[in-house]
Design a protein around this ligand. Structure first.
Ligand SMILES: C[S@@+](CC[C@H](N)C(=O)[O-])C[C@H]1O[C@@H](n2cnc3c(N)ncnc32)[C@H](O)[C@@H]1O
Length: 243
């Protein structure tokens, strides 16, 4: 997958592509990327990329011409273009899965009050929100989307690691433990030490269901559970009623 990021602040984005798992994905050729500083497309003397909003109001809006010229330079009309925005549709694991199948993604990073609507009308395929709150930088929100997508590209992370993650089958993840066995008088649950894979699997399923029931009951309503999960959930609910 190739990822183009159109931004006024390439330094904010660069570090993500040159560290950790993303670095490995880039080094192995599974991901390539291109950071485009659209200030380079502003032709006036001061390379001005923002201006005050028509109709009045606070803040500055990113001008259409430098952004559109930057988009043309990466052939954006032939690619799937994403604008991270609080007024977009919400990012979900299934949307990330869908985007991970694309060969090319282009991200436009908003800043200040946002970008001129005509850029969206001309180029944007998906306006995506990372949640119901406002942050100051489209670089950060684009990176959230990029991070949730690239790790699902074939071969970037082992499929085993992705299998039991939160949301993978509509449930949240079970608790994880590593060495030492005892920390601050707290022991790792003994079931994880006995090597019985069936017991471990049952324990993890129960923990996933309990956590989902407690933190995100809405997920249990959205997804149809398999028979084993339904029975375990019923048991958890019955026990809760009795106590
Ligand atoms: C200060 S925000 C602009 C907010 C905009 N005036 C509004 O009220 O919707 C600057 C940029 O941060 C990014 N951003 C802020 N919150 C976001 C969110 N929840 N999801 C995705 N991007 C967000 C967008 O790229 C946005 O253009």
């Amino acid at each position: 997958m190739n990822i183009d990021v159109i931004t006024l602040f390439p330094e904010i984005v660069q570090g993500f592509f040159t560290n950790s798992i993303m670095k490995r994905a880039v080094d192995s050729g599974k991901i390539s990327y291109n950071l485009i500083d659209f200030r380079n497309f502003a032709t006036d003397k001061h390379h001005k990329c923002d201006d005050s909003p028509y109709g009045g109001g606070a803040g500055m809006v990113l001008k259409p011409k430098p952004l559109c010229d930057a988009l043309e330079s990466v052939g954006a009309k032939e690619k799937r273009v994403i604008f991270a925005s609080p007024s977009g549709k919400k990012l979900t694991q299934s949307l990330s899965e869908e985007l991970s199948k694309e060969d090319n993604l282009v991200f436009i990073c908003g800043h200040y009050e946002g970008i001129d609507q005509r850029v969206i009308d001309l180029y944007v395929d998906d306006e995506i929100s990372i949640g119901d709150y406002v942050i100051s930088s489209g670089e950060v929100s684009s990176l959230v989307i990029i991070d949730s997508v690239y790790r699902l590209v074939d071969g970037v992370i082992s499929s085993e690691s992705l299998e039991e993650e939160s949301f993978s089958d509509g449930l949240l993840e079970y608790p994880q433990y590593t060495r030492p066995e005892i920390y601050e008088d707290m022991r790792v649950p003994s079931v994880l030490l006995n090597g019985n894979h069936k017991d471990i699997k049952d324990w993890r399923l129960e923990k996933r269901l309990r956590k989902t029931l407690s933190n995100r009951p809405d997920l249990l309503e959205e997804k149809s559970l398999d028979l084993k999960s339904q029975k375990t959930l019923q048991k958890i609910r019955n026990t809760a009623k009795r106590t």
